[in-house]
Ligand binder design. Structure first.
Ligand SMILES: Nc1nc2c(c(=O)[nH]1)N[C@H]1C(S)=C(S)[C@@H](COP(=O)(O)OP(=O)(O)OC[C@H]3O[C@@H](n4cnc5c(=O)[nH]c(N)nc54)[C@H](O)[C@@H]3O)O[C@H]1N2
Ligand SMILES: Nc1nc2c(c(=O)[nH]1)N[C@H]1C(S)=C(S)[C@@H](COP(=O)(O)OP(=O)(O)OC[C@H]3O[C@@H](n4cnc5c(=O)[nH]c(N)nc54)[C@H](O)[C@@H]3O)O[C@H]1N2
Ligand code: SF4
Ligand SMILES: [Mo]
Length: 733
């Protein structure tokens, strides 16, 4: 199948010169590639098909144009729900991944001394397949696990492989992203996510969410629309972040204390009878319980914890209530509600509950529940029938009974690997060691695993700890399955292969999963091609593959949010839940109450907080030369420190400092600023790559997570990535 595809796109003929330029390693350098194609001279860029950016999980669709077989330009496809025709800087940068000199080009096996040797695909499959069969025979399929967050075909094929093996242990990156938020929201509104009708809002409060740093293009457009429409935008963030360009007011809260701030605002709304009584009566349960609890959370109480004046808390609460229902608190993503604190999940519940007081759910200008994404119908062809469902639940489900099942803690899993309960682990598009918890500890656990396999495009911190590393093609070099996106206007997208495969010994992930299945004796579940499956899926929606290849994306405005339809709450009670008895299962009260952060800085300690920069995605784009150059040009690895604190410590702007705690220490330059709460240090979260093979990223900046203990919150199992304290001293002082 693959060969047919390559010849269809003229790879074998076009790359005859390139093949001659291959080195002994089978690796074709960018320079050699350019030389081999030089003869094709100055052609006009040609439309090569629709792709979808692989630069982060938004997967913005774009049209790709090639010249002489090489990607020349990308033009955003407007119909894509998240991309809205405007790929971000990272999207342009990551489009160069295909040509990176540091890509994985061959299957690799780790030697005992930690170095790697190239092996054949046959050897890799044979050895991995034999080991998986042995583990299943002696310990059962639950002694295996998968950590994967990728494209739709990656999800489909790799998850199908694990289901076919009889294994339920499939995890994603949520433990270090949005596990606590989505689980907390699930308990209140019956789904793990919500948005807002920004364009029609009169007031929006963002709590630790920066649309201009943690970018999804549609959000940037929406916050701009809100601004243009005259909405009052409030940013609650210890740091004056890049989104302040859109905002009216900065609330520089003490990090980790947002829950107290929201509870006090709720206190004001209920004390003054400003809540939406009709919504509460018809749509909700548990209001009376919460109203009683709220009596203790006065603005004066919250002022001492949050550092925000009681008068400001009063004013902001009333601002939101007076503008309701065209007002809401944004749901956040990673920083506050997602995974950072012991109280992150309760903060998510508090935000949803506050929006319940405002009665703004699915109201113009208010908080929005997303309509379903287009779903494919049943596929009749028996070849597509799913492998038998696995009866067991994944490890960690028992320990975290109110977690969203699809997001159960991947760090709990690593403890199972450490203790030998899980003997074989596979990663796919997941750099766990680079960012799910303390890298040193994860590295130690992973290098001790009996079997570890990583499917990636580059030698990441995780890959270098694995026994086998299998090279995927880059996203531009492979087809995908049709992709459904749920948003205020849902859409369907098809990513197509737009350039030839550059490194002949890389393989698309769906092919790797299918061949691994064959090696494990479950190949019968993969008796179809990617195109056959895509065609069958699309046919159930009255579409064809040819049509989707041409269109790339289709949006469904008629399936967008219906402001007049009654809301179907997906909760156990079928209502919006201010209180929920299930929370007792993890020792929480039914309604939301204050939980102190696990650690608080005192003396010369700072809380370490982190965040995104617009030019990098997680730990994944820093090796792209064009993107890391921006880091160097603007000195973007610097930590931020409050000016008064810096003066106390004798630190000046631009000084080199040492950041340290019991777990780690590292040197970095400092940006001294008044735009940061004095109780914390802010560190950009993308740096500190520890893999020497990634020559552009290696050793640049500090790894945020290396200062964080290997820990989990007791409720949902999230990584608590900002429950960490550090000290800072001037180097040489
Ligand atoms: N240090 C640090 N840690 C973090 C974060 C951070 O900013 N910094 N952010 C947190 C957040 S919000 C999240 S969502 C998680 C994300 O956690 P992950 O989803 O694990 O994301 P990354 O850690 O960036 O790793 C993604 C991996 O996918 C690989 N990859 C990219 N494209 C392809 C492809 O086409 N095929 C294959 N096979 N692999 C591919 C990249 O090379 C990279 O190794 O990390 C969390 N942890
Ligand atoms: N450029 C870029 N964009 C991305 C990504 C990326 O890696 N890079 N990743 C995508 C993903 S997977 C995610 S999850 C989102 C993340 O999107 P966000 O959650 O918006 O991202 P962060 O930058 O981690 O955090 C946002 C802000 O929270 C602030 N903050 C930190 N601690 C606290 C606190 O205790 N209280 C308050 N109120 N604020 C606090 C930080 O200073 C930061 O400015 O971004 C998505 N978009
Ligand atoms: S937000 Fe940027 S990096 Fe993420 S998918 Fe879209 S264009 Fe790519
Ligand atoms: Mo994330």
């Amino acid at each position: 199948m693959l060969d047919a595809k390559l010849s269809r796109r003229g790879f074998l003929a076009g790359a005859a010169g390139a093949a001659a330029a291959l080195g002994a390693s089978g690796y074709l350098s960018y320079g050699a590639w350019e030389k081999a194609h030089a003869a094709e001279a100055e052609a006009e860029p040609q439309f090569a098909g629709h792709s979808a950016c692989g630069g982060c999980y938004s997967k913005c669709a774009y049209s790709a144009y090639v010249r002489n077989g090489r990607l020349d330009k990308i033009v955003g496809d407007k119909e894509h729900a998240f991309g809205v025709g405007k790929p971000c800087a990272r999207g342009y940068g990551w489009s160069q991944l295909a040509y990176s000199a540091n890509r994985l080009t061959d299957p690799l096996k780790r030697r005992d001394d930690g170095s790697f040797e190239a092996i054949s695909w046959d050897q890799a499959y044979q050895e991995i397949g034999d080991k998986i069969k042995e583990i299943i025979a002696t310990s059962g399929p639950q002694a295996l696990a998968l950590v994967e967050t990728g494209s739709v075909s990656m999800d489909f094929y790799v998850q199908r492989l694990f289901t076919a093996l009889g294994c339920a242990n499939m995890y994603r990156h949520g433990v270090a992203c949005n596990l606590a938020r989505n689980s907390g929201l699930l308990q209140t509104i019956g789904t793990g996510d919500f948005g807002a009708d920004y364009g029609n809002a009169k007031a929006v409060m963002f709590i630790g969410r920066s649309f201009a740093d943690g970018i999804r293009p549609v959000f940037v457009d929406e916050v701009k629309a809100a601004r243009d429409n005259g909405a009052y935008l409030v940013m609650v963030d210890p740091r004056y972040n890049s989104s302040m360009g859109f905002c009216d007011e900065w609330v520089p809260i003490n990090p980790g204390t947002d829950l107290a701030f929201i509870l006090a605002m709720a206190h004001v709304v209920v004390r003054d009878g400003l809540e939406d009584k009709a919504f509460i009566a018809s749509e909700t349960v548990g209001f009376d319980t919460w109203a009683e609890s709220l009596k203790q959370y006065t603005p004066e109480w919250a002022e001492k914890i949050t550092g925000i004046a009681a008068a400001d808390i009063e004013r902001l609460a009333k601002l939101l209530a007076e503008n309701a229902p065209a007002a809401s608190i944004d749901s956040g993503w990673r920083a506050v509600t997602g995974c950072s604190y012991v109280n992150s999940g309760e903060t998510a519940r508090a935000i949803a509950a506050f929006n319940g007081l405002l009665g703004c759910w699915n109201k113009p200008g208010g908080a929005l529940l997303f309509p379903s994404a287009p779903t494919f119908g049943k596929l009749d062809d028996p070849r597509f029938a799913a492998p038998p469902a696995v009866k067991e639940k994944k490890l960690g489900t028992k320990e975290y009974p109110v977690s969203l099942y699809s997001m159960v803690s991947a760090n709990f899993l690593m403890e199972q690997v450490r203790d030998g309960n899980v003997r074989g682990i596979m990663f796919c598009q997941s750099n766990m060691v680079g960012g799910y918890s303390n890298p040193k500890i994860l590295e130690e656990i992973l290098t001790g695993a009996e079997l570890s396999v990583d499917i990636d495009v580059q030698m990441t911190d995780t890959a270098r700890c694995c026994k086998y590393v299998l090279p995927d093609t880059s996203f531009l070099e492979r087809d995908d399955l049709p992709w459904s996106f749920s948003y205020t206007v849902p859409c369907l997208t098809l990513r197509s292969q737009v350039i030839d495969v550059i490194h002949p010994n890389t393989r698309p992930v769906h092919q790797i999963a299918k061949e691994l299945a064959q090696a494990c004796g479950v190949g019968q579940y993969f008796d179809f091609t990617l195109d056959e499956l895509a065609e069958a899926q699309l046919n159930t929606l009255g579409l064809t593959l040819a049509e989707m290849r041409e269109k790339g994306s289709i949006s469904y405005p008629e399936k967008g949010v219906d402001f007049n339809a009654p809301i179907k709450w997906g909760t156990a009670s079928g209502k919006f839940q201010f209180a929920n008895e299930d929370m007792a299962k993890v020792g929480l009260t039914p309604d939301v109450n204050w939980i102190e952060p696990l650690v608080m800085p005192s003396g010369d300690e700072f809380r370490l907080i982190g965040g995104k920069q617009p030019i990098h995605s997680q730990s994944w784009t820093t090796d792209i030369p064009e993107l890391i150059q921006i880091t160097h040009d603007y000195d973007l690895t610097r930590i931020w420190m409050n000016a008064a604190k810096a003066a106390e410590l004798g630190i000046a702007d631009g000084d080199e400092v040492e950041v340290y705690n019991d777990l780690n220490s590292g040197k970095v330059r400092v940006k001294v600023t008044e735009r940061l709460n004095p109780t914390c240090i802010w560190m950009p979260s993308g740096y500190g790559c520890n893999s020497p093979d990634l020559t552009n990223a290696y050793g640049v900046g500090l790894s945020f997570m290396s200062f964080v203990p290997f820990q989990r919150d007791p409720y949902y199992g999230a990584t608590m990535s900002q429950e960490a304290l550090v000290k800072v001293r001037k180097v040489g002082a």
